[in-house]
Design a binder for this molecule. Structure first.
Ligand SMILES: Nc1ncnc2c1ncn2[C@@H]1O[C@H](COP(=O)(O)OP(=O)(O)O)[C@@H](O)[C@H]1O
Ligand SMILES: [Mg+2]
Length: 345
């Protein structure tokens, strides 16, 4: 068990290093090394696997939300394409590196011109992680380089929003869009990690991890590790303490009170949350997420509630994040289930 974990991660395993109670972040330790281990986005990953097998790699852009495996997939792809030649055959530049026009002109050009022995039919790979943070100027400088050296060098870009990449580069690349990961996909990976790290958990805890991560695997794994190292047990309560989010149970109670038009009950719970120091945004965001998945509400009520919550969220983001704002929301939610006659004077 421990050997497989050690083989996957790069944790020090032998000698003195093993005695130091130093723990690698699990996101790094369990970063997949082959495309087969990357979960979710099945169709897109299948396509990458075919590319990895055939070796005919086009320029690619992978776009999508944070923490869903973009960087990981590109690394896996490069490893599978180049094997032992990875070290010489790959140039990686991410947002923390200098990537102005000069770097693109000099560093990338020098790399593209370099002679490297690669497996037959393979190309050198330039990885530009978080490419949307490159200035348009630097991207312009890139576009010609991409063209001139395309017979020896291929570019793999990862970004959050593909529209931040200039059109001419987009048209030279195959664009792969990654969707948020599904709950089952995150659950599968979390269970694997729990097994390997011997984490004790209950179902409530896993549900909470999935609820708080919103399809972001990095966040799910980080929260798992924080909860486990903080409390030693992954339960719903512990996860919400670590993530510092209002507990959905309390939010559910507020909604139930609203459905029954019990304004006092709902306001009491709301003030409780407010008293614990949660901001208006925290509360309204959790309200939305809970209502979205709350089975007790009839479809019609759900839609109306989401509409009101949405408007309140907007006002809060405009700057009015007060208790009164939230109180107003609660009042409107309560009113929705009251007979209209009550409001006639
Ligand atoms: N699809 C996935 N399958 C398995 N692990 C994943 C996946 N997506 C993210 N992870 C985990 O989250 C971490 C961050 O993923 P990364 O690829 O860097 O995300 P990003 O999409 O932001 O580049 C990885 O180290 C890995 O542990
Ligand atoms: Mg990344």
């Amino acid at each position: 068990m421990s050997s497989s974990a050690a083989a996957k991660g790069k944790a020090p395993v032998n000698g003195a290093a093993a005695e130091i109670p130093y723990e690698l972040p699990w996101v790094e330790k369990y970063r997949p090394n082959v495309l087969d281990d990357v979960v979710g986005n099945v169709d897109t990953i299948e396509r990458l696997k075919v590319i990895a097998k055939d070796g005919n790699c086009p320029h690619i852009i992978i776009s999508g939300m944070p923490g869903i495996g973009k960087t990981t997939s590109i690394h896996c792809l490069a490893h599978q394409l180049l094997g032992d030649a990875y070290k010489e055959g790959v140039l990686e530049l991410n947002a923390s590196d200098e990537r102005g026009i000069d770097v693109v002109r000099n560093k990338i050009k020098a790399f593209a011109q370099k002679k490297v022995t690669l497996p037959p039919g393979r190309h050198k790979i330039v990885i530009l992680d978080e490419a949307d943070s490159m200035t348009p100027g630097a991207q312009q400088a890139l576009r010609r380089t991409m063209e001139i050296f395309s017979n020896t060098t291929r570019f793999c870009l990862a970004c959050n929003m593909s529209n931040k990449i200039i059109e001419p580069i987009q048209s030279r690349c195959a664009i792969l869009r990654y969707a948020k990961l599904r709950d089952t996909e995150i659950l599968k990976r979390l269970l694997e990690i729990c097994e390997m790290e011997k984490v004790e958990y209950n179902d409530d805890g896993l549900t909470a991890l999935i609820f708080t991560s919103e399809g972001d695997m990095r966040q799910a794994i980080n929260n798992l590790q924080s909860t486990f190292s903080g409390f030693g047990f992954v339960s719903g309560d512990n996860v919400f303490k670590v993530c510092d989010q209002p507990h959905p149970i309390i939010i559910q109670a507020i909604i139930r009170a609203c459905v029954k038009s019990n304004i006092e009950g709902a306001m009491k719970k709301l003030s409780e949350l407010w008293g614990q120091g949660y901001s208006a945004v925290d509360i309204v965001v959790t309200l939305f997420r809970v209502v979205k998945t709350f089975d007790e509400l009839p479809e019609y009520t759900k839609l109306e509630y989401i509409k009101e919550i949405g408007f309140t969220h907007m006002r809060i983001l405009e700057g009015v994040g007060t208790l009164i704002q939230l109180g107003g929301l609660i009042a409107r939610l309560c009113k929705m289930n009251m007979a209209p006659e009550l409001f006639q004077i």
